[in-house]
Design a protein around this ligand. Structure first.
Ligand code: 4UV
Length: 492
């Protein structure tokens, strides 16, 4: 049996809460200017410094407790496109000892309802544009408007801007009474290996481990670089949440925020802010490589592109390199692993590989009968370590299916450890999940919609890979009701 471990030494993970970990003193924030812009809104240029974020989130944290009555362990749902004060909101809720349940603002009504009800959220934060659909659901579920809060400064339909509930003293940290090793910081949603979206319980420790593992894996002998990150990945998704908020703030690296992906704006912002780094997904890599828009702009400031969430072929890597001569490193992660657990890291790797294991993370590869495999053999990845989720929320069945008795988490992803390169490759997926442009699409959800149609007797939805866009696209195979089938046959 082979248990793969990182070639990078392990790093100890302190038992502390995430709010205090990010805002406490560390090797980065002791040496950097904490009054310069850290979060920068791309479209307007408005910004918040590290000190602004610390002060505002600390005042809001007491506001949530004193002025709203939120209690330790309360779950707060958040649905919004990326906002300038997203990090203030998230940190303030952590400072109030609450759990954040972030979701996709592009959800359908049924998806919003599923997450709000399933997470048992007792408060919610959104943007005015989503209020009509959100209020329909929260009114039905009995969540009062006094518990619905808004980004921005306007009160709408009885819902207050969250900035209006600030307390007048800052919360003191380290927070007392939070068990970083066990308490859930985020309840993110993922469909896992099967079925509908499930609440993924990610502890404070999971995030702190993810940050420290990433820092530990970085080369130590390089000159310090004044990086600027471009942030269009959504803050509700684990990839954006970790790379654009927690990792960036821990290292005090400025992030230029985009509310949504737009290639022209992205290129303008790279030029204007001399962006040096961006986390991207494969369809964006293709867009950057092929679109005439990208050719109009000076992208030479970019030194590093991290690409993950779906596979990127050698051909696409090569064509992107012709346009942007930056280092492109691939990574692999899941919501359930609190983001990346295998990565090529800053040192790079073999084209098409996903790199090496993060420190602290153990991996084994098994066949369909659970038999442990060795080097160069293809099988399912299983992981163990401090950034692996605590489990699915209120879902014993999914937890029993996902974790082995000795604590390994199944991924539903198939790959191998390649002895020639010393790196991991991802080759296939055996779980019921479609990745559309890096976003999760649960086949079960599309099948449920189709099964709701009178004419459909049975159906099955799968993902087909479209190489030209570097994404999977859902395709449905449908069996029609016999009566409908007969009518079609009769047609000339
Ligand atoms: O749960 P999720 O939506 O999570 C992600 C996370 C991607 C990240 C995060 C941090 C990184 O540093 C990074 O490089 C990538 O997408 O979906 C998880 C599933 O997405 C597929 C795989 O099926 C996971 O179970 N996936 C993620 N990364 C890759 C991938 C990849 N590099 N190649 C192929 N499939």
């Amino acid at each position: 049996m082979v248990i793969y471990r990182s070639t990078v030494p392990s790093v100890p993970i302190p038992n502390i809460d995430l709010f205090s970990f990010i805002l406490g003193s560390n090797e980065y924030n002791q040496t950097k200017d904490l009054n310069t812009p850290l979060a920068i809104e791309g479209e307007t240029g408005k910004s918040l410094s590290w000190n602004d974020i610390r002060e505002q989130s600390s005042l809001l944290a007491t506001g949530w407790t004193q002025n709203v009555g939120l209690k330790q362990g309360d779950i707060v749902a958040v649905f919004a496109p990326n906002q300038l004060d997203h990090s203030v909101l998230y940190l303030s809720l952590l400072g109030a000892k609450c759990t954040i349940s972030p979701g996709n603002p592009a959800y359908t009504e049924a998806e919003f309802e599923h997450q709000i009800a399933n997470s048992q959220s007792t408060a919610l934060v959104t943007v005015p544009g989503l209020l009509p659909v959100i209020l329909k659901i929260t009114d039905k579920l009995g969540l009062p408007r006094s518990r619905i809060f808004l980004f921005g400064d306007k009160q709408v339909d009885g819902c207050r801007p969250f900035n209006s509930i600030k307390g007048n003293v800052m919360v003191q940290y380290p927070l007392q009474g939070v068990d970083g090793y066990n308490d859930t910081a985020f309840l993110s949603y993922s469909s896992g290996t099967t079925g509908l979206a499930k609440g993924v319980m990610l502890t404070h420790k999971n995030f702190i481990a993810q940050i420290l593992q990433t820092v530990q894996a970085e080369p130590k002998d390089e000159e310090p670089v004044h990086d600027v990150i471009l942030g269009f990945l959504p803050f509700y998704h684990i990839y954006g949440l970790t790379s654009l908020i927690f990792n960036a703030y821990y290292k005090v690296t400025p992030v230029v925020i985009m509310a949504r992906y737009d290639l022209e704006l992205l290129c303008q912002l790279v030029e204007k802010h001399k962006v040096t780094m961006a986390s991207i997904v494969p369809p964006v890599a293709v867009h950057l490589a092929k679109s005439p828009i990208a050719a109009k702009y000076d992208m030479s400031s970019i030194r590093l592109l991290g690409c993950g969430a779906a596979p990127l072929s050698k051909e696409h890597i090569e064509s992107l390199a012709k346009r942007i001569p930056a280092k492109l490193v691939q990574g692999y992660g899941m919501t359930e692993t609190t983001s990346g657990v295998i990565s090529q890291g800053l040192q790079g790797g073999v084209a098409g590989s996903i790199g090496i294991l993060s420190p602290n993370i153990e991996c084994k590869i098994v066949n369909e009968h659970g038999k442990e495999l060795g080097d160069d053999e293809e099988g399912e990845f299983l992981f163990r370590g401090p950034s692996i989720m605590k489990g699915y929320f209120n879902n014993d069945k999914a937890n029993a299916e996902t974790f082995t008795l000795d604590g390994w988490m199944r991924t539903g992803d198939v790959g191998k450890f390649d002895t020639k390169s010393g790196e991991f490759f991802i080759l296939d997926r055996i779980k019921e999940l479609i990745k559309y442009k890096g976003f999760q699409v649960a086949p079960a959800e599309l099948e449920a919609i189709l099964m709701g149609l009178d004419i459909v007797a049975d159906c099955c939805v799968v993902g087909l890979y479209d190489e030209s866009q570097a994404t999977e696209i859902p395709r449905a195979y449908v069996v029609l009701q016999p009566t409908v089938e007969a009518k079609i046959r009769k047609c000339p």
